[in-house]
Design a protein around this ligand. Structure first.
Ligand SMILES: [Zn+2]
Length: 197
């Protein structure tokens, strides 16, 4: 019922915003936990959704969801099984980067997730550094790539990985996910794939 009301409200206010999955906004309840529409259930991978739930259960996840669950942001979640890693957050165009402080402008970001990405069998030998489940893998992808989007939304372009504040925030959320030694290793060649909108 809540989901239906959210869905109607979304259409009355002129289309999806914030986190967009399978063409529809993700509805977050008062605890900032996500609820999915039927279209999202049918049109996205289970691990993408369970990973979002897992990330939303962490303090760092809740903080970013609270920040981005607003009409001034649109985060298009794109599932792509041809992606080489578990996820990537495309650097937006310059206009979006410089609009960081403009609350009237809608800032759009693309978040690529690869729910088919697997830890190779036999490679999972360091339990505090490598996700055991596919849900945890996707939760880490949400966490890491949304960190990039958080930096973009503050007008900070790539590279982010050499920054100590980025690495500190990554270590904090990795700890909250239960993988304190996990590395964040997507490659920042995303800079070559500037989103066009
Ligand atoms: Zn990264």
């Amino acid at each position: 019922m809540i989901v239906i009301i959210a869905f109607i409200a979304m259409h009355l206010t002129g289309g999806p915003r914030a986190f967009v999955l399978a063409g529809e906004s993700v509805y977050f309840d008062q605890q900032l936990m996500p609820h999915f529409t039927e279209r999202q259930m049918l049109g996205s991978a289970l691990e993408t959704r369970t990973g979002l739930v897992r990330w939303a259960e962490t303090p760092a996840g809740r903080r970013l969801i609270a920040r981005f669950n607003a009409r001034e942001y649109e985060i298009d979640v794109i599932e792509d099984s041809s992606e080489e890693g578990p996820g990537r957050a495309l650097q937006p165009g310059l206009a979006t980067l410089v609009a960081a402080g403009d609350h009237a402008a809608v800032k759009r970001y693309s978040l690529i997730l690869n729910p088919d990405f697997r830890v190779p069998p036999g490679k999972n030998v360091f339990p505090s550094a490598q996700p055991l489940t596919q849900t945890d893998m996707m939760a880490a992808a949400w966490a890491g790539e949304m960190l990039h989007i958080d930096f973009y939304s503050r007008g900070i372009s790539l590279p982010h990985h050499p920054r100590s504040d980025f690495q500190e925030e990554w270590r904090a959320v990795a700890r909250e996910l239960g993988y304190p030694d996990m590395k964040h290793e997507d490659d920042e060649r995303a800079i070559r794939y500037v989103a066009t909108h």
